[in-house]
Write a protein that binds this ligand. Structure first.
Ligand code: SAM
Length: 122
C-alpha cells in the first residue's frame, strides 16, 4: 500500500469526518441505539465515543484498516467490546438475527454495491 493510501488518506478522512456537524449528527443518531450493534464501515472509529451505555457490543466491518492505533484506542476506551472484521458489508460473516441495530454513517456512498449490503443487513 502506498503512502497516500496508508497515511495521508486516513488522516484526511479523520479530519473531515470529525467536523462539528458530523459530530452533532452522530450524537443525535446514536443516542437511540442499544444492545448488540452491527456497524458498517467503521472507518477511524469516530462513532465509538457516541454510543450510549445501553450498547452491549459493537461488531464492525470495514475492508480497510484505517489509523489502526486510533481505532484501537477508541475501542478500548469504551465500556462494551468492539470487534472489527476487515470484510465488506456486501458479505457479512454473521448469523441471522445477531443484532439489535445496524448503523451506517456516511458509508453507503462508498460501498460498491449498497443494495447488496442493505439486503445482507436485512
Ligand atoms: C466516508 S468513510 C465513513 C467512516 C465512518 N462510518 C464515519 O462515520 O466516520 C466510509 C467508510 O466505508 C468503508 N467501506 C468502503 N467500502 C466498504 C464496504 N464494501 N463494506 C463496508 N465498508 C466499506 C471505507 O473503508 C470507509 O471506512
Amino acid at each position: 500500500m502506498g503512502l497516500y493510501a496508508s497515511q495521508i488518506f486516513p488522516r484526511l478522512m479523520e479530519w473531515v469526518m470529525a467536523g462539528e456537524e458530523f459530530h452533532r449528527l452522530r450524537m443525535e443518531l446514536l443516542a437511540q441505539v442499544h444492545g448488540e450493534v452491527l456497524e458498517l464501515g467503521i472507518g477511524t472509529g469516530l462513532n465509538l465515543p457516541h454510543y450510549p451505555k445501553t450498547v452491549t457490543g459493537i461488531h464492525a466491518v470495514d475492508p480497510a484498516n484505517l489509523l489502526p492505533k486510533t481505532v484501537t484506542e477508541r475501542s478500548t476506551s469504551q465500556s462494551f467490546p468492539v470487534r472489527i472484521q476487515h470484510v465488506t458489508a456486501e458479505s457479512l460473516p454473521y448469523d441471522d438475527r445477531s443484532f439489535d441495530f445496524a448503523v451506517s454513517t456516511w458509508t453507503l456512498c462508498t460501498i460498491p454495491d449498497p443494495i447488496k449490503a442493505l439486503r445482507e443487513v436485512r
